[in-house]
Design a protein around this ligand. Structure first.
Ligand SMILES: C[S@@+](CC[C@H](N)C(=O)[O-])C[C@H]1O[C@@H](n2cnc3c(N)ncnc32)[C@H](O)[C@@H]1O
Length: 221
């Protein structure tokens, strides 16, 4: 059970997503900081969704539902399941995606997830890993918890900002400092080697593509 000031407490990484923050999230994060601070336009992440999303998709750390709202599905009526610790994120995203009647589940992905095993053809987790507490050795629990939910051959994919990379620009440095100080992000020590090791512990097939300071990763069960 996490205690106050516990470095592995997941609360600060999700509690920030109030209705007010979610109302400005797409503009502030996806249209401004994603390209300007991290050098990774949201279009690159949408490409990742377009290439890997399936007819039966689980999305973890859903935020506003921006990518699931814009991506191209292989079928007209995909089955979507949204998992998030934060009820505001679930409400906002489910509202935006209501044309797909998504299922929602509130839960912490650092713990085993109570969803049917081998039931998802794809799993997205975009901009989630940098919100999770600890280091990649701790965050690897996510891959352990999600892998059993994936059908054989399913892809898991997403991006995460690597805070340990050199040459962050001024905006990037300001965001990293502010968010890590408040516990909204815990990614000061996140680097490519750590992400590769965490993926390799659970998947034989995976790759990571760097776009600016964002690592775009995918792994196949
Ligand atoms: C930065 S937002 C990402 C939103 C969206 N995926 C995107 O790319 O725009 C992070 C989301 O992850 C959720 N989250 C943070 N920690 C979590 C955890 N331990 N388990 C499940 N969801 C979590 C937050 O509530 C929030 O909705």
């Amino acid at each position: 059970m996490p205690t106050e000031n516990d470095p592995l407490d997941p609360e600060p990484g999700q509690a920030v997503y109030t209705p007010g923050i979610l109302a400005v999230y797409n503009t502030a994060v996806l249209r401004i900081s994603q390209p300007l601070a991290w050098g990774c336009p949201s279009r690159r992440i949408l490409d990742l969704y377009d290439r890997h999303v399936s007819a039966n998709h689980l999305d973890i750390g859903i935020g506003t539902g921006y990518f699931l709202n814009r991506c191209t599905y292989p079928v007209e009526r995909p089955e979507l399941t949204l998992l998030d610790m934060n009820p505001n994120s679930l409400r906002v995203a489910a509202g935006r995606l209501r044309r797909y009647s998504p299922a929602t589940k509130q839960g912490n992905v650092l713990e085993p997830v109570d969803l049917p095993e081998e039931s998802f053809g794809s799993v997205g987790m975009n901009c989630l890993m940098h919100c999770l507490p600890g280091e990649f050795t701790d965050k690897a629990a996510v891959f352990e918890n999600v892998k059993p939910l994936m059908k054989p051959g399913a892809w898991l994919f997403g991006s995460t900002v690597l805070g340990a990379l050199p040459d962050q620009n001024l905006l990037g440095k300001a965001i990293l400092h502010s968010y890590n100080r408040k516990g909204i992000w815990s990614n000061y020590t996140d680097d490519l080697d750590g992400l590769n090791k965490a993926l390799s512990q659970h998947f034989d097939v995976f790759d990571v593509t760097m776009v600016g300071k964002s690592a775009l990763f995918r792994a196949q069960r």
